[in-house]
Write a protein that binds this ligand. Structure first.
Ligand code: FCB
Length: 471
């Protein structure tokens, strides 16, 4: 990037993002219920890379005090995880006291280490008994989530300042219901949108409960609530046709504006709903839903950024399962790929999203809530003292993204901080430990032992000085 701004504001925060189901382990401790990842692991462990299922996370449930000290030592001040619904509530939807005690201890240890915990409530991890009742398509489950959120706010409302209702609410509709990648492997566009609608209602009910409990003093007065999504800045070919631009509109509409409108305007984008309806896809809207969605406005937003969306006009109107198709992938000839993950590396996307926010959603503060690079051959090169030498790829990746963030802030973007995804290697769903994201290695052959990677020094330097120079 030319003429780069090499500093970030003093009050810009640096931290780590992770989640409960990817780190805690202890999958049957504290009376924890089975969640969808446990179910899938039990059903077909071969679906998970190297047959590593959901059971152990990265052992953080047992090692959190050590891990918070490591994060602090890297100069990080905050850490996002998620409470597991399956650990906090019992099968009757009542507080599981043992599960709650685990989280109280965990948050207290973070505070002691000088790490502020950002708490997310849901990271693709529905208790399976609720999934079997229809999951997000069933209003009873939507209500059950609202009850869960309310219970969490009541239990931890004096401890936690930063709350989030969902991480990447677009991912379950896509991965479970539309693209057939995750259990239960469905290919149904309309069902995916019903799920997406159920999640939108659940989010809004949770924000409503938060506001109510805050007004009563149950939730502390300085607490804030937000939503985190993997927004994908959309692009198409140079010299697009009107049909290419339509593909961009719908990709942006379904994946980005759906959530941005919900959390800033308290409604869903009408143009997207109209286009879906023209193709026979309608949502199960009930009387009263409008008022529920209107409660969905948040205090700030988390932006997970890994890759842009490059799309073009579809070559077929309908796919092999009879679903309407609104766009198809455009292969940009200049794309730089992370071959391990198959995701494009495009740091400028973070800036383009920032500028969209500045233009179209200018009242909202936000932060980069995930960004990171997962590498399969992370172990390939070691320094003489045995650390993984990841400096050649991890440092440029993060530096380039931070430089674009700095430029966006200079131009008015309300980006408040940056959480690197992982920091400590963790379990990544069915990819398990295939791609390593961390600045800290987790050694699976030696009892999950932690070891700094060579790039960790650089992270410490940036997090403590806010300078993005070549040091
Ligand atoms: C994101 C997820 C996160 C992690 C990273 C690699 O999409 O939010 O849980 O798996 O990808």
């Amino acid at each position: 990037m030319s003429s780069a701004n090499l500093t970030l504001p003093n009050d810009f925060f640096f931290g780590a993002a992770m989640s409960g189901p990817q780190t805690e382990g202890m999958y049957k401790a504290h009376g924890k219920l089975e969640n969808l990842w446990d179910t899938w692991s039990d059903l077909d462990i071969r679906a998970f890379y190297n047959r590593v299922g959901s059971y152990a996370g990265n052992d953080m449930g047992a090692r959190y005090a050590e891990d918070f000290a490591l994060l602090r030592d890297l100069g990080l001040s905050s850490f996002r995880t998620s409470i597991q619904w399956s650990r906090l509530l019992d099968v009757d939807g009542k507080l599981n006291v043992e599960g709650a005690a685990f989280y109280h201890d965990y948050f207290a240890a973070a505070r002691e280490a000088g790490i502020e915990v950002f708490v997310n409530l849901y990271h693709f991890d529905m208790p399976v008994y609720l999934f079997r009742r229809g999951g997000w398509e069933n209003r009873e489950v939507v209500e059950a989530y609202a009850n869960y959120a309310r219970t969490a706010f009541a239990e931890f409302g004096q401890e936690i300042e930063h709350w989030f209702t969902f991480n990447e609410p677009i991912v379950e509709p896509e991965q479970r219901y539309e693209h057939g990648n995750w259990y239960p492997f469905l290919h149904d566009f309309a069902q995916a949108r019903r799920v997406q609608y159920g999640i939108s209602l659940a989010h809004s009910l949770a924000v409503g409960a938060f506001r109510e409990l805050q007004a009563k003093g149950v939730v502390r007065a300085d607490a804030q609530i937000g939503l985190i999504n993997c927004f994908t800045p959309p692009y198409t070919r140079e010299d697009p046709t009107p049909a290419d631009l339509e593909a961009v509109r719908m990709t942006d509409g379904l994946g980005n504006r759906w959530w941005l409108d919900l959390v800033t305007k308290g409604r869903l984008p009408q143009d997207v709903l109209d286009t879906m309806a023209e193709r026979g896809v309608t949502l199960p809207v009930r009387a009263g839903d409008e008022a529920i969605l209107a409660q969905g406005k948040v205090d700030w937003l988390g932006f997970n950024y890994y890759q842009p969306a490059r799309v073009q006009a579809p070559s077929h109107d309908v796919d092999e399962w009879g679903n309407p198709v609104f766009s198809e992938r455009y292969v940009w000839p200049d794309a730089v790929m992370n071959k391990s993950r198959g995701w494009e590396i495009y740091p400028k996307g973070i800036y383009d999203f920032a500028m969209t926010m500045t233009r179209d959603y200018s009242d909202l503060d936000w932060f980069v809530s995930e960004n990171g690079i997962g590498i399969m051959e992370d172990k390939a090169v070691r320094t003489e003292d045995g650390r993984i030498d990841d400096t050649a790829y991890r440092i440029p990746f993060v530096r380039d993204h931070l430089q674009w963030i700095a430029k966006a802030i200079d131009e008015g973007a309300r980006c408040r901080g940056y959480h690197y995804w992982g920091v400590i290697d963790c379990w990544s769903w069915n990819n398990a430990y295939k791609n390593r994201y961390g600045f800290i290695e987790v050694d699976l052959s030696h009892n999950y032992e932690r070891r700094l990677k060579a790039s960790a020094e650089w992270l410490r330097h940036v997090a403590t000085t806010h300078c993005l120079d070549e040091a």
